[in-house]
Design a protein around this ligand. Structure first.
Ligand code: PMP
Length: 381
């Protein structure tokens, strides 16, 4: 099987697997236990926290270990709900992940405002600038990179605006971290990440939140994580996550080509060019925006093709997606594609191909051959 669904989840990197196996043997204690077995586990967590803080550029105390980005994102919205003034409105980009979207709707049912995106899927900075000059939101949520389209969001510019207006910025960096350098993200007030998107295990992630302000826990109970998240920490999961992130950050530091592109981009670039030339009506979503080097979201030639294409490609040995894994299975067209101004029929034609660090250029070529084969089968029927 050739796997083109890394935005849904990525296989464990051998270094992460090794770190996990070592950790379950070496750090068997509960990090909260007062004896030395517990202290050793606690010390390992502290070291991991320090490492992550240095990648993000924040204080180690700002970091809370969680079960993944869904929890981190829910925790952030829960915190906003309990800490912002009664009338505060949360502004969120129209292309946020369902776990940000649904948590916002839950905690702020009548007090949220969508920040529009352009046809390319980028947050409309002019809109935001003008709107913030008139009104001050309680908090702003803009993700770093979109899971469906790979489109990068101008979080640095949004951060500058938020600083000017003294508004906290929450950045879901789940798809960015491990694919692009994490440096600088720690400047945002709240940042979430998830290990399984970059070669760590599933079920572990983190939230960067301001250590100096009190953060309202979503999970109550023990005093773990400075009282910000009750529950015994997933020590092996955290250490495996950090082993994977170290591998990715080291690779990123050597992955720029002379023209400022990423080495990993080559296979995808050739794939896009050839796909557009061979499949009539094919279109790359967000083609004019800066995107993650691994993602292609594309309109396929035939209408209502999503599941048919996915099943046919699966039979040919390719795992691809109809959008985000969390959204697939739902009948409604993706809110992300809709926010970019595509019609429901167009949104129904979108497939997502997302490669991984280890994907070879030849695999992109093989995918294109698979697409052409499926297209011919559908066309000639
Ligand atoms: N945010 C984004 C942007 C994502 O892509 C995902 C995973 N699809 C999540 C949040 C949720 O992450 P997790 O699987 O760790 O709960």
């Amino acid at each position: 099987m050739i796997y083109f669904d890394h935005n849904a989840t990525s296989p464990m990197h051998p270094a992460a697997r090794q770190a996990w196996l070592e950790a379950v043997e070496k750090f068997l204690g509960n990090p909260s236990s007062p004896h030395r077995v517990g202290s050793r586990a606690d010390a390992a967590l502290s070291e991991a926290r320090q490492k992550l803080a240095s990648f993000l550029g924040c204080d180690a105390l700002d970091l809370v270990w969680t079960s993944g980005a869904t929890e981190s994102n829910n925790m952030t919205l829960h915190h906003f709900a309990s800490s912002l003034d009664g009338g505060s409105v949360v502004w969120l980009s129209a292309v946020e992940h369902p776990c940000v979207l649904e948590a916002t709707k839950h905690y702020f049912p009548r007090r949220h405002q969508f920040i529009p995106v352009t046809r390319s899927g980028v947050v409309d900075l002019d809109w935001l600038r003008e709107a913030m000059a008139k009104e001050r939101p309680g908090a702003v949520a803009v993700m770093a990179a979109n899971n469906e389209t790979g489109v990068l969001q101008p979080w640095r510019e949004v951060l500058t605006l938020c600083r000017e207006h003294e508004v906290p910025l929450f950045c879901d960096a789940t798809q960015w971290i491990g694919k692009l350098p994490a440096a600088g993200l720690g400047d945002c007030d709240f940042v979430s990440g998830s290990a399984h998107k970059f070669g760590g295990p599933k079920g572990v992630g983190f939230l960067k939140c301001p250590a100096k302000g009190r953060v309202e826990p979503l999970l109550r109970g023990g005093m773990q994580e400075e009282g910000r998240r009750a529950g015994t920490e997933n020590v092996a999961g955290v250490l495996a996550m950090m082993a994977a992130l170290e591998v990715r950050e080291a690779a990123l530091s050597e992955a720029r080509t002379e023209d400022g592109k990423w080495k990993m981009e080559k296979g995808r670039e050739a794939f896009e060019k050839r796909m557009l030339a061979t499949l009539p009506g094919a279109e790359v979503v967000g083609a004019n925006a800066p995107r993650l080097w691994n993602t292609v979201s594309a309109l396929m030639p035939e209408a209502n093709c999503q599941s048919r294409w996915v099943v046919k490609l699966d039979k040919l040995g390719f795992a691809v997606s109809t959008g985000s894994a969390c959204a697939s299975g739902k009948e409604e067209p993706s809110h992300v594609i809709a926010a970019m101004g595509y019609s429901p029929a167009e949104a129904g034609r979108v497939l997502r191909f997302s490669s991984g660090w280890e994907t070879a250029e030849e695999e992109w070529s093989a995918l294109l051959r698979g697409l052409i084969k499926v297209y011919r089968g559908i066309r000639d029927r």
